[in-house]
Design a protein around this ligand. Structure first.
Ligand SMILES: Cc1ncc(COP(=O)(O)O)c(C=O)c1O
Length: 357
């Protein structure tokens, strides 16, 4: 029975969903949304805060400041509240109301940028505001998730070793790419060990991360308007891109089975299913990472009017994709020691009793 005294002492590290009924392939979805911040960004936040404290940058009286469209902001608001730091989250109109209210409930100040920078867009305007705050008052500490190595190191220390333990004979790992912290931490872990695991990045169409043309992106989490500084493509085996309409459809298909996930999970699951279908991948064991759950997306991805207005009526179709419901083929290797009730709760606390290593 886990008993905790600070919120970041709890994180469910070993929960997977068998997606064979939905995709027809041996695909397991690693759920990262079961902690008090509600997302995978708790790990990056805890690691970056711990490193800043060790470096002496973050001290009593410091005020954390970060540009975030949501999940990292919630995680930092939680750690700041628990540890007694101030926190300013700089965001834009795409940050949904529930996320904003949640940060404010924990004592954060949320600044919403409304005017895009002529060159850098909304992200450029957010970063310019962060820089102004830091220049005006030295108590501000900017962790800078887009450039901070602690962002990927968190996943090198926890997410990737947990997957390797659970799936000792893993063939393919699908990871969504936002700041690329999750992707780089996992890819570096497996490549440093000369593991045969193929690491497939999943990006959203309209993102420039892997060189695609920029375009409209309405679902937060994945994709970038400028190349992510943490990305080293030499660690990535392949890239899959998914249109937002397909992301929405996949989220809604999962929801009709009782699994309500965040938007980026739909992207990663769709990308993984497409890749597995293209590669005739019967017999391969694969894992995809789900960054968060769906409650923060009820008024977007799960709202019929919003979906229809942006993507047309086809995006509302929740019929299962071809190939689903009929797994067939050679059985692939499942997780080690799988079974109902097997549970392990891993803390991501600062100072890090991380799982693995
Ligand atoms: C919902 C969601 N999905 C995916 C990501 C991408 O993760 P990363 O920044 O590690 O690439 C994020 C990052 O904030 C996110 O909030």
């Amino acid at each position: 029975m886990p008993v905790i005294s600070v919120p970041h002492d709890f994180n469910e590290e070993d929960l997977y969903i068998d997606l064979r009924p939905l995709t027809g392939h041996s695909l397991y979805l690693k759920c990262e949304g079961f902690n008090f911040a509600g997302s995978i960004k708790l790990k990056a936040a805890a690691e970056m805060v711990a490193q800043a404290e060790r470096q002496g940058r973050l001290v009593a009286g410091s005020v954390l400041v970060e540009s975030s469209s949501g999940n990292l902001g919630v995680a930092l608001a939680m750690i700041a509240a628990s540890e007694g730091y101030g926190f300013v989250c700089v965001t834009d109109a795409r940050c949904n109301l529930a996320t904003r209210l949640m940060m404010e409930a924990m004592g954060a100040r949320v600044h919403v940028v409304s005017q895009p920078d002529p060159e850098g867009g909304l992200l450029g305007a957010r970063l310019a505001y962060v820089r102004r705050l830091c220049a005006a008052d030295p108590r501000h500490v900017w962790l800078s998730q887009y450039t901070n190595p602690g962002n990927w190191q968190a996943h090198y220390r926890s997410t990737a070793p947990a997957i390797a333990r659970a799936f000792p004979r893993l063939d393919v790992l699908f990871v969504g790419a936002g700041t690329t912290g999750t992707l780089m931490g996992c890819a570096r872990f497996f490549k440093d060990r000369h593991s045969p695991v193929r690491v497939v990045a999943v990006d959203t169409m309209g993102s420039v991360t892997f060189g695609g043309p920029p375009g409209r992106r309405m679902i937060p989490g994945l994709g970038m308007a400028v190349p992510p500084p943490l990305l080293d493509v030499s660690y990535v085996d392949e890239v899959v891109r998914v249109a937002e309409a397909e992301t929405v459809r996949t989220c809604r298909q999962l929801a009709r089975r009782g699994f309500v996930f965040g938007g980026s999970t739909g992207t990663v699951v769709r990308g993984a299913a497409d890749w597995l279908a293209r590669h005739g991948a019967r017999g391969l064991t694969s894992v995809a990472i789900s960054p968060d759950l769906g409650e923060r997306y009820l008024d977007t991805v799960y709202q019929a009017n919003w979906v229809e207005a942006l993507y047309g009526p086809e995006a509302l179709d929740t019929a299962p994709p071809p190939g689903a419901e009929n797994p067939g083929g050679a059985p692939a290797g499942g997780p080690a020691g799988a079974g109902a009730g097997r549970r392990e709760h891993a803390p991501v606390r600062r100072g890090a009793r991380h799982t693995g290593r």
